[in-house]
Design a binder for this molecule. Structure first.
Ligand code: B16
Ligand code: MG
Length: 217
């Protein structure tokens, strides 16, 4: 049985969550709302538009469609000032090694991210060419926890969903992978990712041998 590997971007390959946090904090301050770290956790894996809706909801704030679009655009412009400074040094520990091993063994690799900035970030950190397929916020209509992003990725790499292994740092992403019938691997805070089939704190703890022995769901 042929396996396929699907990687989330933010929080799995790079730690851009801290940049999203800074940019959302600034945006929220515009309507006098102080975004907390705990709230930011809930924005992980959530699309830009849905993130802003959540923040406005927490703030009990209502804005016109025009203002909403302006807030989202400003947040992204601010976020991109951080992204522009990214280099290969921003790749999380262990990722490059595992990608190289998967590639060497000939398994397909896909990106499954909610971010519309995914290609830009992969280019910045210099690992674009390790991916056979990129499915991101520009190519999906339904955001995680909907499984669409991962199902499209599986179809594009031509691997059955139950043979796909998904790496995720967000609750919404684990839910999406599970709903897609894929093997889910949670990275980071295990408390937030209880639904994952397997949990690791970082890629440095995942061996390719382990991945190879995973059985289809
Ligand atoms: P953008 P992932 C997600 O990426 C982030 O976790 C989430 O915080 C962000 O709001 C979303 O991408 C949209 O990002 O504003 O760049 O389109 O974790 O699915 O790779
Ligand atoms: Mg993520």
């Amino acid at each position: 049985e042929e396996k396929g590997f699907i990687f989330d971007l933010d929080g799995v390959i790079v730690d851009t969550a801290k940049f999203h946090f800074l940019a959302w904090k600034k945006a929220a301050a515009e309507f006098n709302f102080e975004l907390t770290h705990q709230q930011n956790e809930q924005l992980k894996g959530v699309s830009r538009v849905d993130s802003l809706k959540k923040i406005l909801n927490w703030a009990n704030a209502e804005v016109s469609q025009e203002k909403f679009d302006e807030l989202a655009a400003n947040k992204n412009a601010d976020y991109l000032t951080y992204v522009d400074k990214m280099t290969a040094a921003d790749i999380l520990p262990g990722i490059k090694e595992i990608l190289a091993e998967i590639k060497k063994e000939g398994y397909p690799i896909a990106l499954g991210s909610a971010s519309k900035n995914a290609p830009k970030i992969l280019q910045k950190v210099g690992i674009m060419d390790l991916f056979d397929v990129i499915v991101d916020g520009n190519s999906v209509t339904k955001a995680k926890p909907n499984p669409e992003v991962f199902l499209i990725a599986a179809e594009k790499i031509n691997v059955a969903p139950n043979n796909c292994i998904v790496f995720e740092d967000a609750e919404a992403g684990i839910e999406a992978a599970n709903t897609a019938g894929m093997i889910s691997i949670g990275l980071g805070n295990e408390q937030n990712l209880k639904e994952a089939d397997y949990n690791f704190s970082s890629f440095t703890e995942i061996t390719f041998n382990f991945l190879k022995t995973l059985q289809p769901k």
